[in-house]
Design a binder for this molecule. Structure first.
Ligand SMILES: [Zn+2]
Ligand SMILES: [Zn+2]
Length: 256
């Protein structure tokens, strides 16, 4: 399984795109601005989208990509998310004001998008992938995901989604073979108060969480604001954590 990082930034600027991961060819995890780098042919092959939560930096490419592939898709693209996430998309995006309701277009019988609710703890099989829905702690209802190739011994790719300190997550990862953990660190410790209010991590709360993780798991930091990259990197280095820690880059591919 390959996870291609389309975007992993907390905001936009030249070279910085917001969160989106393409797992193999058919599964998109979050749909931030990075999706705009895919060709029409690549967009057309996406059968499922897993959403972590309703914030714009994670959903804004869904309405645009639905428009791009509407005449090419034979089956709807299935958008999976918490009921609250899907309700927010219906009310605030696909409301025929901001964007047409693509769950009824080109026709109600054969729409280009279909919404499918999920819940924390649920296990799903989508194409060749096995998915487990993980808890997250954010300002709106949110989840993370563990994804692996549907094979007993395959390693998991774990993505935390946007989250503040999340004690419920770590016991769920214990004993699991994790090929890569992608964990958010949106702010530097200098902005710790902002991180607390917006329910994101900064290096000190990242370190507390990773203290619960068995050693040897490759860790990749994501969702840092472009302006905070240098401070976050310096603060994480200064913590001298036990794990191999990388900073995710758009365009990177994680082989699992
Ligand atoms: Zn968010
Ligand atoms: Zn976000």
């Amino acid at each position: 399984m390959n996870v291609r990082v389309l975007g992993c930034s907390g905001a936009i600027a030249a070279g910085s795109k917001t969160t989106s991961f393409l797992v193999d060819e058919d599964l998109l995890v979050d749909a931030g601005t990075g999706v705009g780098d895919l060709t029409l042919e690549e967009l057309e092959r996406i059968d499922h989208i897993l959403l972590s939560h309703s914030h714009l930096d994670h959903v804004l490419s869904i309405p645009l990509m639905a428009d791009s592939v509407i005449s090419r898709r034979k089956q709807p693209i299935v958008v999976h998310g918490l009921p609250e996430t899907l309700a927010a998309l219906r009310a605030h995006v696909f409301n025929n004001v901001i964007w047409p309701d693509f769950t009824r277009l080109p026709s109600s019988e054969r729409p280009v998008l279909r919404f499918e609710p999920l819940r924390v703890g649920q296990r799903l099989r989508l194409g060749n992938h096995e998915i487990e829905v993980l808890p997250a702690e954010h300002t709106v209802p949110a989840v993370g995901y563990a994804v692996r190739q549907a094979r007993e011994d395959a390693p998991w790719w774990v993505y935390t989604g946007d989250t503040g300190p999340n004690p419920a997550l770590w016991p769920l990862l214990a004993g699991r073979r994790i090929g890569a953990l992608v964990i958010e660190t949106a702010f530097s410790d200098r902005e710790q108060e902002l991180a607390r209010l917006s329910r994101h991590l900064s290096p000190c709360t990242l370190a507390q969480g990773l203290g619960e993780l068995p050693p040897g798991v490759p860790v990749f930091i994501t969702h840092t604001k472009p302006d905070e990259m240098a401070s976050v990197a310096a603060e994480v280095r200064a913590l001298r954590l036990d794990h191999a820690i990388g900073h995710l880059q758009a365009g990177q591919v994680l082989p699992l």
